[in-house]
Design a protein around this ligand. Structure first.
Ligand code: DC
Length: 223
């Protein structure tokens, strides 16, 4: 059967990655976390002290772009210049700076090219903010996930706490609010719901229920 491209966009912690991974597993497709790519580039900038509390050496990061390789290993875990960085990219420090980097067209261009290369053959489920609108505007199946800001902040707080990171719920809520604002108002590829996307609300829906609805839509599209 033909392998299609499936996109899932939405704000932070709407449950995109859980749904995307489950669809990919169900379909035998590859899951690609585009947010992880922006996070890996941000981690590179933090490690090299190009971005911090009150500075951003954008020019130096641009100069070094050709030497930066961001990829996925066979387990779909993200690598930065060949090293696994899956845990490090999920820190609050990375979350604090990622939207600043993600709003710059030059960094988007760099990562979008890589995303298109990874999705060239179809058979992928990719999640992010601009996947159905910009990266794969011709994707056969597009979803857009929504949930309230409070629910999303609680989810993200629990995720960070379970990983042993000491953060306050307030700091997590503020980080999400700030990222939402930057991600949806930036000039280049802001977060929008593609016109042809199916909206799913993960607020009170179980993961199984969401998966079933998504699979029904995909099956209809495939036949
Ligand atoms: O999905 P996430 O929270 O891991 O994404 C981290 C950041 O990366 C998010 O705040 C905005 C940015 N991003 C983006 O601009 N475009 C994408 N396709 C994916 C993520």
């Amino acid at each position: 059967m033909k392998k299609i491209t499936i996109t899932i966009d939405g704000a932070s912690s709407t449950g995109k990655s859980t749904l995307a991974k489950r669809i990919a597993h169900h379909m035998g497709y590859t899951y690609i976390d585009s947010g992880a790519m922006y996070r890996a580039l941000t981690l590179y900038a933090i490690r090299n002290q190009y971005i911090g509390e009150d500075y951003f050496n954008k020019e130096q990061l641009i100069k070094e772009l050709p030497g930066i390789s961001i990829d996925f290993d066979p387990n779909d875990s993200i690598t930065l210049n060949g090293m696994l960085v899956e845990d490090e990219i999920r820190s609050m420090e990375v979350a604090d700076h990622v939207s600043t980097i993600a709003k710059e067209p030059i960094f988007r261009k760099f990562l979008v090219a890589k995303q298109r290369e990874l999705g060239l053959e179809g058979g992928v489920v990719m999640d992010g903010r601009d996947i159905g609108s910009v990266v794969f505007p011709d994707a056969e199946m597009k979803f857009y996930l929504v949930a309230s800001a409070e629910t999303r902040a609680v989810r993200r707080f629990r995720e960070l706490r379970d990983k042993g990171e000491r953060v306050s719920p307030k700091a997590v809520f503020q980080n999400l609010a700030k990222r939402d604002a930057i991600d949806s108002t930036r000039k280049d590829s802001p977060l929008i719901k593609p016109v042809d996307a199916i909206e799913l609300n993960s607020e009170n829906a179980s993961e199984d229920h969401l998966l079933n609805i998504a699979i029904d839509h995909i099956q209809t599209r495939l036949h």
